[in-house]
Design a protein around this ligand. Structure first.
Ligand SMILES: *Cc1c(COP(=O)(O)O)cnc(C)c1O
Length: 367
């Protein structure tokens, strides 16, 4: 059996550090907003290459807090529009709605699977206040053209970096390319906690302060509330675990890249299309997607051979019932991705034999 993602095995690699870190927090008697959180924020800001990192409860909150902060700062107001790719995980879009802003969906480029920068400008109007790019599957989504559009129209560039810890654009880490970025440390992400956790990174001091206050009931000073916030904090235990796991992240991402290269080299089947990745070295392969018009058959076929796969994602956001206003809209590129995508097993703990088993199963598939 080749598991899609063996989280138990991944975390057991860090077993001793995790146990020691948790034990230290247990004995410290201090479980929120303490030294472990401070240390992790510092390491993570260093890793991403921003001045500030503010940890919070999860990735959805991270993105929501950024947008709420821009509203508090007077940079945005309820009802303003934020451009976002149509083919993202629902959380990117939910964050925009939850902050009281309006998500405007833009199709991806079929070659890169990331937001199509040629289609963005036609969706910009006087209500547009930001672009949220999503570094989907572990690959950078930023382009110079997106940067130019933000400059030309005075838009905030927000990065959803939930899937791309460590990915690069021209030597800079994703999460440091825009005005602010939201990160998720959901257990299955490349840097994963043993529960929920998230962070915001930015070089903007005021934004970092407002985000921090908003995540703590809107309080900068204990029992003084100048703005209406929510409760979104990281546990000291999770912060300590993430700080330890961060040390190995580059190595783990390198192993993912090695596996991806084996897939690119080994998979050769006319019924299966590989992702169009130009810069393998910059990608952290959170997901290795393949595409087939016979996707469902392929999934069953692999399952019968003991290979676990997952579809990211079966229903596109605009077809979800939580957004009935979009259900009749047509985004053909997004729809085709959702009909044909299948994610192969990829993780730092996969063995070469498992990788070979996946390749040979894929090569013997016929619909
Ligand atoms: C996982 C994910 C999120 C949400 O993160 P949580 O920590 O689960 O809230 C947001 N955006 C993308 C692209 C994700 O993959």
């Amino acid at each position: 059996m080749v598991k899609f993602l063996d989280l138990g095995k991944i975390n057991s690699l860090h077993g001793r550090e995790i146990t020691n870190a948790a034990y230290e927090i247990l004995n410290s008697g201090w479980y929120l907003k303490g030294k472990a959180t401070e240390d992790f924020e510092k390491s993570y800001a260093d890793f991403i290459g921003t001045k500030y990192a503010v940890a919070c409860g999860n990735g959805l909150d991270a993105l929501t807090l950024i947008l709420m902060a821009y509203i508090e700062m007077g940079e945005m107001k309820p009802g303003d529009e934020i451009i976002v790719p149509a083919n993202t995980y629902i959380a990117s879009i939910l964050a925009i709605s939850r902050a009281g802003l309006k998500p405007v969906l833009v199709e991806p480029n079929p070659a890169t699977l990331q937001i199509d920068d040629k289609l963005i400008e036609q969706s910009i109007n006087s209500n547009t206040k930001g672009i949220m790019i999503v570094h989907l599957y572990g690959q950078n989504a930023y382009t110079e053209k997106i940067g130019e559009l933000c400059g030309k129209y005075g838009l905030k560039l927000i990065e959803d970096n939930a899937q791309a810890h460590g990915a690069l654009y021209k030597g800079r880490k994703t999460g440091s390319l825009g005005d602010a970025a939201g990160h998720s440390f959901y257990p299955g992400k490349n840097l994963g906690a043993l529960g929920d956790a998230g962070a915001i990174t930015t070089n903007d001091k005021q934004l970092a302060e407002v985000v921090r206050a908003l995540g703590n009931y809107g309080s900068e000073k204990k029992y003084v509330f100048n703005i209406k916030g929510l409760n979104s904090r990281i546990d000291e235990i999770q912060a300590a675990i993430l700080d330890k796991k961060l040390i190995q992240l580059e190595e783990e991402n390198a192993r993912r890249r090695e596996i991806a290269k084996k897939y690119f080299k080994g998979i050769n089947n006319g019924y299966i299309v590989l992702p169009g990745v130009s810069m393998c070295e910059d990608n952290v392969f959170h997901i290795f997607p393949v595409f087939s018009p016979y996707r469902d058959k392929l999934k069953d076929y692999l399952q019968n051979k003991g290979i676990e796969t997952i579809i990211h994602y079966p229903i596109p956001p605009h077809k979800q019932k939580c957004y009935p206003e979009w259900n009749n809209l047509s985004f053909p590129v997004t729809e085709r991705i959702h009909e044909q995508e299948l994610s192969l097993p990829i993780s730092p703990v996969m063995t070469d034999d498992e990788v070979e088993a996946v390749i040979s199963a894929l090569n013997s598939f016929a619909p």
